[in-house]
Design a protein around this ligand. Sequence first.
Ligand code: NJP
Length: 240
Amino acid sequence: MLKGQIAIVTGASRGIGKEIALKLAEQGVKLALVGSSEQVNQTAEELKNKGFSHVLPIQADVSNESDMQEVVRKTIDEYGHIDLLVNNAGVGFFKLTEEVTVEEWKKVFEVNVQGVFLGIKAVLPHMKEQKSGTIITISSDVGRYTIPNGAAYTATKYAVQGFSGSVAQEVREYGIRVGTINPGMVDTYFAESTQGLPEKKDWLKVEDIANAVVYMASASKYMLIDEIVLHPLIQQYPIA
Ligand code: NJP
């Protein structure tokens, strides 16, 4: 169902975004991969070595407006249009609020909130014109309930939920679907961790989130899946 579609995946250098890229490529999706470091080129090379030829790496910062406009321009130049945007890039840190610096506060909002805004802002004119499109943002379970020692990160994910929900209502009349995926603990490099550590063996795997993206994106065109929430069984979490 996704075969031949065109997708932009942000934060595709590693972790969840890299796996989303692989799962979409396996479905026959043509990809533009966005990361702020050179690692995004390496990820694209790995996919090409696996036999997926339609992979365009774009080194860009999601929090920079001209970068994201350029991402959309390059994707359209390469493939002609855009069916799917996956806003996955994100950063996080976990510490007591009084220890958070203004620079850290700004950074987490710039990437997690402004980055989502700029990605959506850049694709919407094209999706509105073609009267179709799907936008999926990898938010978090902490976009729905609060945790201690992560107030700044939690605040960004609440913002993402509100933003995404409002945009969804703005654009449904254009056939554009906007939803979020809200995972609990996922084994990645997030917050300066390392993917594959033995102590994270019972956490969600990157493929769990990537499979959710494929499910959401391939839903019938008349259906919007607003939100998918998923947790590892071992994670205790409050119900909002
Ligand atoms: O993290 P990680 P995840 N512009 O650190 C990229 C959410 N989440 O895969 O810039 C463009 O392995 C970076 O690439 P690069 C989380 O909030 C996670 O876990 O080249 N890209 C890398 O590819 C986030 O939204 C958990 O270094 C930028 C990627 O982002 C999403 O899942 C739980 C960038 C980060 O890869 C993916 O995070 C949860 C920028 N300015 C939600 N800055 C979890 N892991 O437990 C960073 O609830 N990137």
